[in-house]
Design a binder for this molecule. Sequence first.
Ligand code: PLP
Length: 451
Amino acid sequence: MPSNTSSLIDLDRAHLIHPVAPWRKHEQRGVTVLESGHGAWLKDAAGNELLDAFAGLWCVNVGYGQESVVQAATAQMRKLPYATGYFHFGSEPAIQLAAKLVEIAPPSLKHVYLTLGGSEAIDAAVRLIVHYYNATGRPGKKQFISLERGYHGSSSTGAGLTALPVFHRGFDLPRPEQHYIASPYLYRSPEGSTAQSVIDASVQSLRAKVASLGADNVAAFFCEPIQGSGGVIVPPTGWLKAMRQACTELGILFVVDEVITGFGRTGPMFACQAEGVEPDLMTMAKGLTSGYAPMGALMMSDAVYAGIADGAAPGVPIGHGATYSAHPVSAAIALEVIRIYQEGGMLAHAQKVAPHFAQGLDALTAHPLVGEARHRGLLGALELVSNKTTKAGFDPALGLSDLLFETGYRNGLVFRSFGDNILGFAPALCYTEGEFSQLFRRLEKTLDEVL
Ligand code: PLP
């Protein structure tokens, strides 16, 4: 390892706090410094070439090293590196981006608030929904419902809609107004469950939860079209549409969190478009800029926008915003990234190669460790079991998750594990057929080595 790298590791140990890491364990293990990337490939500071099967953190959809994105960013930095979106100022890329998002999103969404990432988009959604109900004379509607195993970021409100224990433990979450219903998880549903019974159970749980809270008290239901960090839980086709319908009937807002599933990850530009679903609000980030700069967005319907806009006394600001909202460099990057998806043909390419991803995952169900493969587009997972009949998982004391990650890394593959049983994959949309073959060769070798 170059001596510069070992001093970096010491500096990291001493000073840098890593997101969602066990702090003391991280100090012992030491950081893995990533140095460069090209296409689907990463190189670390020790010179290892790695096939990235997770697009960074499910975000680098267009792949690393896209020169036109770099050019769009530098051109905007030279021209105008910063313009506030506060008050009545704006910048051309931010305005063009808002118009572009309205063009490519479901037709119900007409207004765009540009944030720094997904957590801030969720936080904005919660704050503005509260504001909306206050402004429209329904101040009782303050209860929020989301899914068990859901992930909606780690802002102080969003982390409570997230239903993963590490985001709650020690943080006094969830808040009393945050509630969950079971996720549409067919593999772990009772024996004899079907796609339809899973959909019916979700609708029934939502209705029961709203009834127990009182419909006049419930503000909104938040969900991911496919739960990502909860273990890539792919619901049956028709689930999202059924939940939309239920929210309409219950008189609560339907918020779709497309932070992972947006921008071609599951096939269409947004996952909800596969079922013609039109949310009241929608959040996005990650693939919006493909990770080349931080940015997220909250989109909303005319009705929600108008409720807030017209509820304020004339001339009184709606007090929500940040210095870097609608940042022009991030917006210029997002516009170029979306151009690559569309005119650059990357979405079409991803749809064309997705069957290789699906076949590779499905083939691994023959492996003794794999209980289920699930996928949609270029988002997928393997659920590992110690017994395929009982579907029993592994004892956390075995530390399988760390072992798989380290073994995969030694085999030149980066993916992610969730708990001790689930391996997640989100390859960049630029993957070639040959890269899928390499991914699955390396993955099979990894599974064989931990067996
Ligand atoms: N929502 C979902 C579905 C996510 O997966 C994430 C991040 O992984 C977020 C929200 C939070 O986004 P960010 O990490 O950009 O704050």
